[in-house]
Design a protein around this ligand. Sequence first.
Ligand SMILES: C[S@@+](CC[C@H](N)C(=O)[O-])C[C@H]1O[C@@H](n2cnc3c(N)ncnc32)[C@H](O)[C@@H]1O
Length: 214
Amino acid sequence: MQGVADSFELMGRTPGNVDKFNLAMTELTRLVTPDILRSYDFSGICHLMDVGGGSGELLGAIAQQNRKMRGTVFDLPRCAEAAGKHLRQIGVSDRIEFAAGDFFKSVPAVADAIILKSIIHDWNDARSISILRNCHQSLPDGGKLLLVERLTPETPTATEEDKAHAMSDLNMLRGPGGLERTKKQYRELLNQSGFDLTGVYPAGRFNAMEARPR
Ligand SMILES: C[S@@+](CC[C@H](N)C(=O)[O-])C[C@H]1O[C@@H](n2cnc3c(N)ncnc32)[C@H](O)[C@@H]1O
């Protein structure tokens, strides 16, 4: 809703909470990064931008595996220090930079591919489309968009996995107002943002969804 602070803005009013959240996200992402690296071939990408990339955990690992790749971690200014430190520590700061900004306003036009992990599930459809359209604007012809998210089954069952989806769905609703989505819902969201879904690569509990600008 316009004019109302979202939960990320509210979090920013208590820096201690930002640090705790960013640390938790980094730990969660570290757990699934090996699955993501195994599931998708990043080798054809020259410059990858991780939009909402936090402290650079995922992009740093992708850059370590792909030694010629350049990259940009794009996130709110409050992530700059942690990302800079992490990228230096793992030895990729000569190729991977941090850029600060607001993905609802614009994203820099520097990359031939954009990845967003655990970003779109944070937001309702209208806000998601505004992020995705900004990504669309920044990509060149022939560029790629990768969404790394869980996929809700069309017909959920009572398995532990499906219960975890339902809990995450509630958590997103309670937080920034987002939701977990099915593959069909992601396809529609991408279509409305000017993309075609071109592939889905299972990565453990997550999936890498590849899309191309139409
Ligand atoms: C759920 S976390 C995901 C972080 C990372 N992609 C990962 O999976 O570990 C959401 C990220 O979006 C960032 N974010 C929230 N609002 C933003 C905005 N308006 N512009 C840019 N980044 C934003 C947060 O700072 C946070 O790093």
